[in-house]
Design a protein around this ligand. Structure first.
Ligand SMILES: NC(=O)c1ccc[n+]([C@@H]2O[C@H](COP(=O)([O-])OP(=O)(O)OC[C@H]3O[C@@H](n4cnc5c(N)ncnc54)[C@H](O)[C@@H]3O)[C@@H](O)[C@H]2O)c1
Length: 334
């Protein structure tokens, strides 16, 4: 099959290789002409995936019309802050309805809208045939090395979820499950990035394994409170797109959200922390969305509060931890 990919970042490029390994044809689009030239001529994407030689069959373009003509199956992997404008820009060139596969993990701050909701608003009427979130514990740096990875194809339409499962699954390193709880998958994938920032902060302060384990288990409780209130199922949050993604991102130095947390703990402000990381850091923006929504709904989210106060109120990380530790004593689950 032909598949169009929007965003030749680390994740879009790694997923392109999975599709090529599975004998599909891929055209990948990026706004960055240099990245496109590098993929086409040197078969590398060194800023995003250093020291990796990409398949020569991977073709890149900056031409959106060419991308839209190539396939009606489109995968999008761009920072969520440019999601609206990116999806809107397709309308001029779409000549048939598309199945959109989203792999970006974030929530719009002012509206708390998920990418599935943004897509419904931005893709012109009658041209969004289906929406699938492909999400779960998956670092591009490992997928590009073809290391075993399990993720989830989530869609309200089970036939679409199964179709995308069949495109991406292979017997050697990429196994895809299906799920119909699309909201749960999108919420889990986005919220876990906030806790990755917190995990980096903890590491940066030199805290030990006790603190890391505490962070993961309390993050899951907190993430469930907010996600279930927003329509997710409890089961989804215990699965690959919730706990699975939370564990991988809070324990791995591959996570750029974790890296941002490390820099915040070292006293850098958000701009400094982010500017030294060559890939998108979604957790900071999602912390803002989640903070606003949790407080609007009166949901207790002390970890999100702490990350928010470090990033947006410039509270020193130690002070934010002190504030959490000093809270009124409580029952574990109530
Ligand atoms: N990297 C991973 O391991 C991984 C895994 C799962 C999900 N994700 C999610 O995927 C999304 C992308 O992550 P990434 O790591 O690939 O980011 P990245 O920073 O490596 O790449 C983003 C790419 O998007 C391109 N871009 C920006 N605006 C664009 C536009 N308007 N049109 C087309 N391209 C545009 C940039 O030029 C860049 O090449 C994020 O939401 C991230 O959370 C990443």
């Amino acid at each position: 099959m032909n598949i169009s990919i929007i965003g030749a970042g680390s994740w879009g490029t790694a997923l392109a290789q999975v599709l090529l390994d599975n004998q599909h044809n891929v055209l990948i689009y990026d706004i960055d002409q240099q990245v496109v030239n590098e993929i086409n001529t040197l078969h590398t994407n060194n800023t995003k995936l250093p020291n990796i030689l990409l398949p020569e069959s991977l073709v890149a373009t900056t031409n959106l019309k060419e991308l839209c003509d190539f396939s009606d199956i489109m995968l999008v992997s761009v920072p969520t802050k440019v999601m609206r404008v990116t999806l809107k820009s397709l309308n001029e060139y779409l000549s048939k309805p598309i199945i959109l596969i989203n792999t970006s993990k974030g929530i719009e701050p002012d509206t708390f809208k998920l990418v599935s909701e943004i897509a419904k608003e931005e893709i012109k009427d009658g041209y969004l045939k289906g929406f699938v979130a492909l999400t779960g514990p998956s670092h591009a740096e490992e997928v590009i090395l073809r290391l075993p990875t399990l993720i989830t194809s989530a869609s309200e339409n089970i036939e679409h979820a199964k179709f995308i499962q069949s495109l991406f699954s292979n017997q050697s390193y990429f196994r895809v499950y299906t799920l119909t709880d699309l909201r749960g998958a999108e919420l889990g994938g986005a919220l876990k990035n906030i806790y990755a920032v917190a995990a980096g902060m903890i590491e940066g302060l030199g805290y030990g394994d006790n603190a890391k384990a505490a962070l993961i288990s309390r993050a899951l409780v907190e993430m469930k409170r907010l996600a279930i209130a927003k329509g997710a199922s409890d089961e989804t949050l215990n699965g690959l797109t919730g706990l699975g993604d939370l564990v991988v991102t809070t324990t791995s130095h591959h996570s750029r959200n974790f890296q941002a947390g490390l820099k915040l703990a070292a006293g850098k402000d958000l701009e400094e922390a982010i500017s030294s990381i060559p890939m998108v850091v979604e957790g900071a923006r999602t912390a803002l969305s989640a903070y606003i929504e949790a407080h609007r709904l009166d949901i207790r989210v002390p970890l999100i509060d702490a990350v928010y106060s470090v990033i947006y109120e410039k509270t020193p990380v130690e002070k934010a931890v002190e504030a959490m530790m000093g809270r009124t004593l409580k029952d574990e689950f109530n």
